[in-house]
Ligand binder design. Structure first.
Ligand code: SAH
Length: 213
């Protein structure tokens, strides 16, 4: 598959749709206009890649809906050179959005098949997260902590404590919390012990699964 003018046109339309749905951050909209989402998906979905919908990827997982990606990214308020941890690499699309915003990205995926596939894809495309690892995102990445931002891209039945602990003071955790559907939740670390919590709309994600081994 290639990236063509036609794809670019479809991306511009998608960015317009997201802007009408309330996404205001121009850097985020610009990422949507730039990143070739169709290349992150199976070729059979190429014709649908610029609809505002989630689609299946490998290992029974999904590439998140563009609106969801944009909404979560907007909440993070990423600035150049910030250290951002992503839980749930999946297709790598959200990773690419964070890289477009010039973040230093650390990302974790617990499905081996997806981890391998997406790591190869990153190499092929020249996307360079600081670290992309196979592991359990519940634990975060203690060796690289603290982070300016942490984004969880799977539905978390509860907020993993290690993720709270790995935030800088002033850092933000964006996490969809819930079992069947999830409330998008933003935590801002105010001090060692205090977190401010804000809740946003309801979303639906594949579950964040804990490794039992
Ligand atoms: N950011 C991805 C979203 C993929 S869906 C994208 O844009 O495509 C969520 C992903 O989270 C899935 O790939 C799933 O395997 C992964 N996941 C679920 N539980 C996890 C965990 N405990 N640690 C790391 N990844 C996890």
């Amino acid at each position: 598959m290639k990236d063509t003018l036609k794809h670019r046109g479809m991306r511009n339309k998608l960015a317009d749709i997201l802007s009408k749905k309330g996404i205001a951050d121009l850097n985020v909209l610009n990422a949507i206009k730039t990143i070739p989402r169709h290349l992150f998906m199976d070729s059979s979905f190429e014709g649908h890649a610029y609809q505002d919908k989630a689609f299946p990827i490998a290992a029974d997982q999904t590439i998140s809906q563009p609106y969801t990606v944009a909404f979560q990214t907007e909440l993070l308020q990423v600035k150049s050179n910030q250290k951002i941890l992503e839980i749930g690499t999946g297709s790598g699309y959200q990773t690419a959005v964070l890289l477009h915003l010039k973040a230093k990205v650390y990302t974790i995926e617990r499905q081996l098949e997806l981890f391998k596939k997406t790591s190869l894809f990153f190499q092929k495309m020249g996307y360079r997260p600081k670290k992309a690892i196979f592991g359990d995102g519940y634990k975060g990445m203690p060796k690289e902590a603290p982070f300016d931002g942490i984004i969880v891209t799977a539905g978390a039945p509860e907020v993993p404590k290690p993720l709270m602990a790995q935030l800088k003071i002033g850092g933000k955790l964006v996490i969809p919390v819930g079992v069947n559907d999830q409330i998008m939740t933003l935590f801002v670390r105010k001090s060692e012990k205090e977190f401010e919590k804000k809740e946003f709309g309801s979303f639906r994600f594949v579950p964040l699964l804990e490794n039992k081994n």
